[in-house]
Structure formats: structure tokens, C-alpha cells
Design a protein around this ligand. Structure first.
Ligand code: GLU
Length: 401
């Protein structure tokens, strides 16, 4: 009898983290690696946030907190939802805090899915959604999108996938891995479909909310479809906007029954998120946010550099998305070609493997995100490194025969 649980056989190691680890390992071996794998801002956590954490340590805030977060942090989150999203969530029973947005989503899915319950996930998707569903015993139902709609879902297509087993639709705008963003109008059109099915819930993963460009007007689902407020879990966190990936603070607002269930699960796993990180998160949410504008401007500049350079590379086509810090270029016309040594590129995985091997550029294969013949670039790094990476990608692609 196998010792490792069957639930673990249904999932794989996160490919985004695997690529990031491999790139770090190669760098440590002394190779010249440019890592565009990790979805992580290269900026530092702002100093006021770090100071708040240091102060919390000095004040002895180093003990357990309530499972779902301190009342002060829940209040700060409630204010954030009210001020930025026009959403009212009662801090006493409609908000929960976990160890990163990923943990929030995990808690929500594990707390709600029974065997074979279905979750509709638009593809290209963030690598962890389907595996979390599978781990929970559910069934991911993939809603494919194409480059023609800018990788956004066509609302009528949702209808076709709905069954009596459908429990959730996951929305992620701006999207990881494509950067696709949904306008208020787009979200309302999706809402019209979901309204017809009283048992379906919407999980709105808003982690890239503050990373939007070209004057894009950000809205979240429950805000623009208030009729579905009761059936929406609004997920967000500190990682991306405040460059706090290592602090692990994610949060959600939603119905009290669901929030209570998520906290019940958390009480039997991690207890509370780090007390020090929670103190830092209060400062992130309540403190000065003017730096967000400057950072978004820098990300936008990087996006323009990357999209521009990639579209000049033979065989690469790249859309210019309005959000997040990813681009999702197609390498389909390079599939079937060979490297100088005669190694055939059979798929996007080979493309990424040989790109890393020959030129030291780490990117993540599109198949990990549910759309093959593409790859994901995280452009959360300096302009100089991005220019150098694109030069290497160009050299690699131009060398293929
Ligand atoms: N969300 C980021 C990414 O897609 C961080 C790594 C992860 O958890 O997947 O790269």
C-alpha cells in the first residue's frame, strides 16, 4: 500500500515555483541566468511597512492571534474594501486573513467542495487553481479562451459548461498569466449568466488589482454585480501591490457562513497568519499608498519594453495586456523547429527548456497554465535585465532551424 496519500497523486509541484527554484539553483552554480519565472515584484517592501513590523516585535506582538486575523487588521481590510471597492464587509464575521492569497483560495475550495463538485476555471489560468480543486476532490472544468478575445471569456461559453455539480466560477482580473483585464461591463455580462444559476458562487481573485495600466478603470465583481454580492468571495492580499510576497498575507471578504467554514479549517491547520506580518499588513493598508502609482508606472514601462522587443523576435507574437506583470507570448510557429545541435522543439516545454539551457532565460511553459504553444514572462525585473533577456530570446529564436 502506498504511503503517500492519493490526494497528493492528483496534483503536481507548482510549476511556477519549480521554474523559480531551478533558476535560483543554476544561478548559485555560477551560470548567467535571467529569471523571468517568478510572479514576484522585484521592489522592496516599503520602509513604513517594515518599521511597523519591527515595532510589533518590540511591543511583544509575537504570540498567537485570533485564527482569522486580528480585529485591527480585519478593520483595515474592511476599510480597504469600502474605500477602494465600494464593498461593505463586516469585520466581525465577513473577513478572514490567511497565509497569502493562495492559502485563502485553498481554504475556500477545501471548505466548500465535495467529491466531484465542479469549478469552472478560465484558461489560461494560474497554475494552482486546478490543482487545489483536484486536491479537494473536485473537478476543474476548463473554459478555454483564445488570443482573439484577448484571453478573456465569452460569457455565453460559461452556460455550456454549467451542470448541477458546478459550485464555483473563478475570475482573476488582471489575470495571471495573461494580464487580461475585465472591465465593469465585461464583469456585468458574466454576472448576467451566473444570476440564472442560484447555486453557483464566484471567486474573484483580485490580487493584481493595483497593477493596471493605460488608464484602465479597475472594478471587482461584487461591486459591479451587487445582486451576486451574497455569492461572491472577494480575494485579495498584500503580496503583489505592496511587494510583500514573503510576508504571506492574503484576505477575503464574503458571506459569514463561508468565512466561518474557512476559519474552522484554518484553526486545524496553520492557526493564524504570522502576528508580525499582520501588523505589517495593517500599515500597508492604512498607510501611505502614493508609491503604488509610481510602481505601476514602472511596470507599465517594462511591459512596453518587453512587448515591443518580443514582437520583433522571429516566430513570437505577444499581446499588450492592461494589467498584472505578465505577458503570454505565442511561440507556436517555432514548434517543430530544431536547435543548432538538432534538438527538436516538440512543444512549449521544450522551448522553455532549451531557452534556459542555451541562453539562461527562465520562463514558464504555457502548458502549465492550460494553453500550449505559449510561455509566460514575468516582467517584474529591471529594464536592463528585460532588454538583455529579450536579446537572448531573439538570439535563441533566430538560431532555430
Ligand atoms: N503567483 C505567483 C506566480 O504565478 C507566485 C508563485 C505561485 O504561487 O504560483 O508566479
Amino acid at each position: 500500500m502506498a504511503f503517500i496519500a492519493e490526494s497528493l497523486n492528483r496534483i503536481k509541484v507548482s510549476p511556477t515555483l519549480a521554474v523559480t527554484n531551478l533558476a535560483s539553483q543554476l544561478k548559485a552554480e555560477g551560470k548567467s541566468i535571467i529569471s523571468l519565472g517568478a510572479g514576484e515584484p522585484d521592489f522592496d517592501t516599503p520602509s513604513n511597512i517594515k518599521e511597523a513590523a519591527k515595532k510589533a516585535i518590540d511591543m511583544g506582538q509575537t504570540k498567537y492571534t485570533p485564527v482569522g486575523g486580528t480585529p485591527e487588521l480585519k478593520m483595515a481590510i474592511s476599510d480597504k474594501f469600502k474605500n477602494e471597492n465600494e464593498l461593505i464587509y463586516d469585520p466581525s464575521n465577513q473577513i478572514t486573513v490567511s497565509n497569502g492569497g493562495k492559502h485563502v483560495i485553498f481554504n475556500a475550495l477545501v471548505s466548500t467542495l465535495n467529491k466531484n463538485d465542479e469549478v469552472i476555471i478560465p484558461a489560461p489560468y494560474w497554475v494552482s487553481y486546478p490543482d487545489m480543486v483536484l486536491f479537494a476532490g473536485g473537478k476543474p472544468v476548463i473554459l478555454n479562451t483564445t488570443i482573439d478575445t484577448g484571453f478573456k471569456i465569452v460569457p455565453n461559453e460559461i452556460d455550456k459548461l454549467i451542470t448541477e455539480k458546478t459550485k464555483w466560477l473563478i475570475l482573476n482580473s488582471p489575470s495571471n498569466p495573461t494580464g487580461a483585464t475585465y472591465s465593469a461591463e465585461d464583469l456585468r455580462a458574466i454576472g448576467e449568466v451566473i444570476k440564472k444559476y442560484p447555486n453557483i458562487w464566484v471567486m474573484s481573485d483580485d490580487i493584481y488589482e493595483h497593477l493596471v495600466y493605460d488608464g484602465f478603470n479597475y472594478h471587482t465583481f461584487a461591486e459591479v454585480v451587487p445582486e451576486l454580492y451574497d455569492r461572491t468571495l472577494t480575494v485579495n492580499g498584500c503580496s503583489k501591490a505592496f511587494a510583500m510576497t514573503g510576508w504571506r498575507i492574503g484576505f477575503a471578504g464574503g458571506g459569514s457562513v463561508l468565512i466561518k467554514a474557512m476559519e474552522k479549517l484554518q484553526s486545524q491547520s496553520t492557526t493564524n497568519p504570522s502576528s508580525v506580518s499582520q501588523a505589517a499588513a495593517i500599515e500597508a493598508l492604512n498607510g501611505d499608498k502614493s508609491f503604488l502609482i509610481d510602481r505601476a508606472r514602472k511596470f507599465c514601462e517594462r511591459r512596453d519594453i518587453v512587448v515591443d522587443l518580443l514582437n520583433k523576435v522571429p516566430g513570437i507574437t505577444c499581446l499588450k495586456p492592461e494589467g498584472a506583470f505578465y505577458v503570454y507570448p505565442s511561440c507556436s510557429s517555432l514548434i517543430g523547429k530544431s536547435t543548432k545541435n538538432g534538438e527538436v522543439i516538440n512543444n512549449d516545454e521544450d522551448f522553455c527548456k532549451f531557452l534556459l539551457e542555451k541562453e539562461g532565460v527562465a520562463v514558464v511553459q504555457g502548458s502549465a497554465f492550460g494553453l500550449e504553444s505559449h510561455f509566460r514572462i514575468s516582467y517584474a525585473t529591471s529594464n536592463d535585465l528585460l532588454i538583455e533577456a529579450c536579446k537572448r530570446i531573439d538570439r535563441f529564436c533566430s538560431s532555430l532551424q
